[in-house]
Design a binder for this molecule. Structure first.
Ligand code: DO4
Ligand code: MG
Length: 299
């Protein structure tokens, strides 16, 4: 089951459940429309139901929209998809796939750092974004003006509850300036955190299945109407269980409910590829949908 957040002109923000090719608005038992994933979790808590059961109980009324009509550039005059969640914090794990380790070894001038963290007991975890730095489906993601070598990092993201439980899964793009990171790993925050550095969406998958071992993520980058990069990775190649990443993240650290943890990239374009303004970046998986964002330069 998937839920999406949408903008409806004249009404405001709505949470909807995806049903085949449509999205149906959800309302609380008192008929008040739901506008967030957080509101849904609160209702599920009050009903003492799982999130999926709560959605089923709520979903038989409400206006529906064709998903393809919502999946468009944000425009206040037309219904469109929004960030599926506004996370108080976005964190990210690094070097959790062999491909990411290889790519970091190629870009860095500081030997040993990435090999060690791939093998180490403690994972690499870093702060990625605040809500103001996140963009939703079809909104532009940023390429720093002072980077010549920025790439998208397609990642599986988990939405965390107050006790670190995984409430749902989404897709994320951990945009990264490889040249800045390669110059010195201490520049990581500048590599990772800047305007529009993170996109999330298009939906949140609610499931009790161990999805982290099942999904296959793909990425496609289009420039001037043709594909300039395509790649895929099975999340089963993650070196560490997601529960382990979450446990380390929450050690001596209060992570607010509804925060998102990105679990690292296993798809890295070749070293001669750099993202340009106007590129169209698609990150997808069958279970969650396609997160599509154009790239723009940010100053
Ligand atoms: O070590 C730098 C960041 C790695 C990362 O973001 C990733 O592997 O996805
Ligand atoms: Mg990453």
């Amino acid at each position: 089951m998937r839920v999406a957040r949408l903008w409806v002109p004249g009404k405001g923000i709505r949470l909807g459940v995806c049903e085949n090719e449509a999205v149906r608005e959800l309302a609380a038992p008192d008929a008040a429309p739901l506008d967030s994933f957080e509101a849904l979790t609160a209702i599920a808590g009050r009903l003492r139901r799982s999130l999926a059961e709560a959605v089923q109980q709520l979903s038989n009324t409400g206006r529906t929209y064709a998903y393809r009509d919502l999946d468009r550039s944000p425009d206040p005059d037309h219904p469109h998809l929004l960030l599926p969640i506004v996370p108080p914090e976005v964190w990210a794990a690094g070097v959790t796939y062999e491909r990411s380790r290889e790519a970091r070894l190629a870009e860095t001038t500081t030997k040993g750092v990435y090999d060690k963290v791939y093998e180490a007991e403690r994972p690499e975890l870093f702060f990625k974004a605040t809500p103001s730095r996140c963009v939703g489906p079809n909104a532009p993601v940023g390429v720093r003006v002072d980077s010549r070598w920025t790439v998208p990092e397609p990642e599986l993201g988990v939405v965390l509850g107050a006790d670190g439980e995984v409430l749902g899964y989404t897709l994320g793009n951990d945009m990264s300036a490889r040249d800045i990171e390669g110059e010195n790993p201490l520049y990581l925050p500048q590599t990772k955190i800047y305007r529009a550095c993170c996109s999330l969406g298009p939906t949140i998958l609610i499931t009790s299945e161990p999805v982290e071992r099942q999904v296959t993520l793909w990425c496609r980058i289009e420039r001037g109407g043709r594909d300039v990069f395509t790649g895929t990775v099975a999340a089963s190649r993650l070196r560490r269980p997601i529960a382990e990443l979450v446990a380390y993240l929450r050690r001596a650290n209060d992570v607010p409910a509804m925060s998102v943890l990105l679990t690292g990239t296993g798809i890295v374009p070749p070293d001669d590829f750099a993202c340009e303004a106007g590129d169209l970046i698609e990150i997808g998986c069958e279970e969650i949908g396609v997160l599509r964002n154009p790239a723009m330069r940010v100053v």
